[in-house]
Design a protein around this ligand. Structure first.
Ligand SMILES: [Ca+2]
Length: 172
């Protein structure tokens, strides 16, 4: 997700958050909470990023003071998701003995789940639903074959799937 900012940032010193708008955006309210907004602004045009704590259809609210970093009208931004997928090699790949390991991750969940800390900002709770990665036809030709075989690959191991399930037929 990328866009161009269309407003100056508005800083709320009570809650230590900034709000900034992209009037062309059509966000779903709250959909970016926990993601990061990256902006190419600030000293030396370094890319900096801010944790998104709320959003409306056109406005992002982020932790910190955006005004200090030159974010404003005409500056490009992107929204990035740094959550781990359940099958990521970064899950349970950290070092529990790391000095100054915080008690919680960037979203306030326990920093150690499944016994070992994960790499990155977030601790994965292994609850995301598997997604279909690929569907591949196994038979040379689908014509006049019954049944027709496909291989469906999921993003992680699944259980309880009936391998003999057939769904629909299509005349050819
Ligand atoms: Ca873990």
């Amino acid at each position: 997700m990328r866009g161009i900012l269309t407003s100056e940032p508005s800083y709320d010193p009570t809650h230590l958050v900034s709000s900034i708008s992209d009037s062309h955006a059509i966000f779903r309210p709250g959909e970016w909470v926990g993601r990061f907004m990256r902006v190419a602004a600030g000293i030396g045009a370094d890319t900096i990023q801010f944790l998104i704590v709320d959003n409306t259809t056109t406005t992002l609210t982020v932790a910190g003071d955006l005004g200090l970093f030159g974010a404003g009208p005409g500056i490009g931004y992107s929204i990035v998701d740094q959550h781990l997928q359940d099958n990521s090699p970064a899950v349970n790949a950290g070092n529990n003995a790391q000095a100054n390991l915080p008690a919680t991750d960037a979203e306030g969940r326990p920093r150690i789940l499944q016994g070992t800390v994960d790499l990155g900002r977030y601790e994965d709770d292994l609850t995301s639903a598997p997604v279909v990665v690929s569907i591949r036809r196994l038979d040379a030709s689908p014509t006049h074959l019954a049944p027709l075989h496909y291989r469906v690959e999921f993003s992680e191991n699944v259980s309880g799937v009936d391998a003999g399930t057939s769904s629909s037929t299509r005349r050819v």
